[in-house]
Design a protein around this ligand. Structure first.
Ligand SMILES: Nc1ncnc2c1ncn2[C@@H]1O[C@H](COP(=O)(O)OP(=O)(O)OP(=O)(O)O)[C@@H](O)[C@H]1O
Ligand SMILES: [Mg+2]
Length: 367
């Protein structure tokens, strides 16, 4: 029988749990043409959430384009990849697409079309230095051109903080501010400190230009229902206290919760028991071990001390003379180390104090 759980890439339909309120809210924002910033840690379900929302909007004839900036390294690459996803979103025959850009947009440089082994086209522009700025502007304005043709469009940039690398921030902001409610932009990313700097620093072009959209861990009741019903449907059993135990470890973090459920299901013949649970935990920790060690090795000695203090004090009232003395760290260095941990996305803070961004890394460190 097929495992009813899944972890890895984005999930949809049967593998998707809850987020009902968030989907409703994002839909409303898109319909009003708001631009949003969606920040969440790695593997938190950003892509799944946004694509699920788009799926539901599709009924209302809204198109979307999705561009992940993570692996782009030059401005040319950005222009071409963006142009390509926009062209493809037209879902028209190749010659029609080329004609559309030539007539409606007057894109000046030659449009190149390459076909892969399966005959799937990809589009790019022959860029030269003289008219590169012009081409960039034209490409950035394509969504507006679509909107003028009556097509509602949502542009999703994943790992958006990366645009700072191609010196594009000011240009992009100046172009898209004229798209106002005709095009919705969703900026996503997992590097909180970089995104914050970008959107909350008065001197940066995107300062206060978006709604900050929060997605939270998925609630325990939703996971309980999700996990137990899938066990039941596949004729296996899981007692609710094991679901509580999963939740204690993963804190509702989507990737790990699915991973746990997946492995538990795999390990159990018909019923989860203590032995199976312990074995599953061991498997999962072993699998993540290498990554966690690298993460630990990448910390400075003071950051390691700060992390230990944060663990021992559960993230609260950290400036404790006794602990600072125990780990032989001065208050000022401790402060620097804590900031460094936030910058490295190892910890984050809320009104109650500091907490680990990754619940399993916390568990591993604790052990
Ligand atoms: N709503 C959800 N319901 C159930 N599982 C989910 C949900 N969202 C995410 N997951 C789990 O988390 C995994 C990662 O999800 P996704 O790729 O959407 O996260 P992400 O934040 O975009 O990750 P990345 O930082 O790698 O881009 C999925 O494979 C799935 O196991
Ligand atoms: Mg993603």
């Amino acid at each position: 029988m097929k495992n009813p759980f899944y972890y890895g890439g984005a999930v949809s339909s049967v593998h998707f749990c809850n987020r009902i309120d968030e989907i409703k809210e994002l839909k409303a924002d898109i319909n009003s043409g708001l631009n949003t910033l969606i920040y969440a840690p790695r593997r938190f379900g950003k892509t799944s959430f946004v694509l699920k929302t788009m799926d539901e909007l599709n009924d209302q004839k809204v198109k979307y384009v999705f561009l992940d900036l993570m692996y782009l390294s030059t401005l040319d690459e950005f222009i071409n990849k963006y142009f390509n996803v926009l062209a493809k979103s037209l879902e028209e025959p190749t010659d029609k697409i080329v004609n559309f850009f030539k007539s409606v947009l007057g894109i000046r440089p030659n449009i190149n079309v390459n076909f892969d082994a399966n005959g799937v086209p990809s589009f790019s522009l022959a860029l030269n230095n003289e008219d590169k700025t012009k081409s960039l502007e034209e490409v950035l304005n394509i969504p507006l051109a679509f909107a003028k043709e009556g097509q509602k469009i949502v542009v999703i940039f994943d790992e958006f903080q990366e645009i700072a690398n191609f010196d594009l921030e000011a240009k992009m902001r100046s172009v898209i501010q004229h798209h106002s409610d005709k095009v919705s932009y969703i900026f996503m990313g997992s590097k909180k400190s970089l995104l914050h700097a970008m959107f909350l620093d008065k001197n940066r072009p995107f300062y206060k230009s978006v709604k900050h959209f929060k997605i939270k861990e998925i609630r325990k009741e939703s996971w309980s229902e999700f996990i137990s019903s899938k066990f039941k449907a596949t004729k296996k059993e899981i007692d609710s206290h094991y679901i509580d135990k999963i939740f204690e470890l993963t804190k509702g973090f989507p990737y790990y919760t699915q991973q746990f459920a997946y492995e538990l299901w795999n390990q159990s013949e018909d019923k989860v028991d203590d032995v199976i649970f312990a074995k599953t935990l061991k498997i999962i920790i072993e699998r993540e071990e290498d990554l966690f060690s690298v993460e630990w090795d990448n910390l400075t000695p003071n950051q390691k001390k700060a992390l230990k203090i944060a663990l021992e004090k559960d993230g609260k009232s950290l400036y404790d003379e006794q602990y600072l003395a125990k780990y032989q760290i001065k208050s000022a260095s401790f402060q620097t180390a804590l900031n460094g941990l936030v910058q490295k996305n190892i910890t984050d803070r809320n009104s109650e104090g500091y907490y680990f961004a990754d619940p399993l890394f916390e568990f591993w460190c604790n052990r």
